[in-house]
Design a protein around this ligand. Structure first.
Ligand SMILES: Nc1ncnc2c1ncn2[C@@H]1O[C@H](COP(=O)(O)OP(=O)(O)OP(=O)(O)O)[C@@H](O)[C@H]1O
Ligand SMILES: O=c1ccn([C@@H]2O[C@H](COP(=O)(O)O)[C@@H](O)[C@H]2O)c(=O)[nH]1
Length: 242
């Protein structure tokens, strides 16, 4: 384990679906508190942290489209779901004494500040945890793409994808139990082999900006910090794995 962090500035993409815990829907506050505690520890270790949370625990636009509804409205609902999750995380971080701010891609000044790259940089440089809400602000995208976009905008050294599985596999391990996990894999191979851990737009954006993606289980307590300290259990998606 290292005394100095492996990365100086990171974006953590936290699974929205994970926030519902054992419930079928919504937010289990104990899960949000646990993720907040991991972020607090990373800050104590000296890592600057930006966060994007998904909305899968509340709403995904495709759910509307699949029932014949309007996809764009569905996506608007999904983006609002990410704002709800972001406010929940800010609450948990504040309880722990961590200075955190929510910047939304969709203006809702009564609830939180609006995103601008300049303001995000100012807050990151001041040591605040910046929670990027509202996805990209555009329909037909996902919070994975938002996370890659914000990582590029704030000059992050890595994008951490905290998800339901502990890495990138040869196939979806939740469907194919015999799938093999990669220790390292290139962005190009993830795209070429259609390894659907993230959407292609997100992988391509990270690749163009030379941002490694660290895929790990958001359910593993302390997993985020173990990786920041040089150990941990994850798959590293990086150019040098080509
Ligand atoms: N090749 C693969 N390797 C690993 N996981 C894969 C692969 N292909 C598909 N998956 C699936 O992708 C899922 C991650 O997808 P997704 O980003 O939609 O979920 P999430 O992290 O829970 O995000 P959110 O709920 O915020 O949308 C994993 O839980 C896994 O089941
Ligand atoms: O830039 C974005 C980000 C998200 N959405 C919508 O929100 C939901 C929830 O996000 P997940 O990444 O699936 O957790 C997503 O399904 C979209 O409907 C969006 O439109 N634009």
């Amino acid at each position: 384990m290292n005394d100095t962090p492996r990365f100086r500035r990171v974006v953590l993409k936290a699974s929205g679906e994970a926030l519902m815990g054992e419930q079928g829907f919504g937010i289990d506050v104990s899960v949000v508190d646990r993720i907040a505690a991991d972020i607090a520890e990373a800050r104590k270790f000296g890592v600057e942290v930006g966060v994007v949370i998904g909305g899968g625990n509340i709403f995904r636009g495709v759910a509307v489209a699949s029932k014949g509804g309007d996809r764009v409205t569905g996506d608007h609902m999904g983006m609002l779901a990410t704002v709800i999750n972001s406010l929940a995380l800010r609450t948990s971080l504040t309880k722990l004494g961590v200075d955190a701010v929510v910047l939304s891609a969709i203006a809702m000044p009564e609830l939180c500040e609006s995103f601008s790259q300049r303001q995000a940089m100012a807050y990151m440089n001041a040591g605040k945890v910046v929670i990027f809400a509202g996805g990209t602000g555009n329909p037909f995208f996902t919070t994975d793409s938002a996370a890659a976009l914000r990582a590029a905008e704030i000059g992050a050294d890595a994008l951490f994808k905290g998800t339901q599985v502990d890495g990138v596999y040869t196939a979806d391990p939740r469907r194919e139990p015999d799938a093999k996990r990669y220790e390292r894999v290139s962005h190009a191979q993830v795209i070429r082999d259609n390894l659907a851990i993230m959407d292609t737009a997100a992988i391509a954006l990270a690749r163009e900006n030379h941002i490694p993606i660290i895929v790990f289980s958001i359910h593993e307590e302390g997993g985020f910090n173990a990786i920041l300290k040089g150990g941990g259990h994850c798959t590293i998606v990086a150019d040098d794995a080509d």
